[in-house]
Design a protein around this ligand. Structure first.
Ligand SMILES: O=C(CO)COP(=O)(O)O
Length: 123
């Protein structure tokens, strides 16, 4: 099972904190993590194995959208920062739209991500 992880700059610490709480369960559930570039670097530094794509503003969101459209992802976790502006907002909207088009579970905050992770990593 492959899970995509994306966090805007103001939410990267939240992403690492969130993942750290699921370290054991992720390992047991044999989950592959894929992330946009800078998010991936933060996750890697926290000791996780992760496939890093391009940074979000350089096309990383679009790469993840393509994976979602090709049904390669079990879910997408995208911790957006609603209090900041993003030059690649059209890509962000496109990714969320593609998730809805293809009915891919999309969590945009830790509370929803926790519910989905618990469901996906149930043993
Ligand atoms: O910009 C992002 C999501 O829109 C995230 O990209 P990075 O992980 O490269 O910072």
């Amino acid at each position: 099972m492959k899970i995509a992880l994306i966090a805007h700059d103001g939410k990267k610490a939240d992403m690492v904190h969130f993942l750290s709480g699921f370290r054991e369960r992720l390992h047991q559930a044999d989950v592959d993590l894929v992330a946009t570039g800078t998010t991936g670097s933060h996750i890697e530094k926290a000791g996780f194995e992760v496939i890093k794509l391009l940074s979000g503003p350089f096309g990383g969101d679009a790469q993840i959208a393509a994976m979602a459209a090709q049904k390669e992802l079990a879910m997408v976790v995208f911790f957006r920062d609603p209090l900041d502006k993003h030059p690649h907002e059209p890509d962000v909207q496109m990714l969320m739209r593609i998730c809805d088009v293809h009915n891919i579970p999309l969590a945009t905050n830790p509370a929803s991500a926790e519910l989905m992770f618990k469901a996906f990593t149930q043993t």
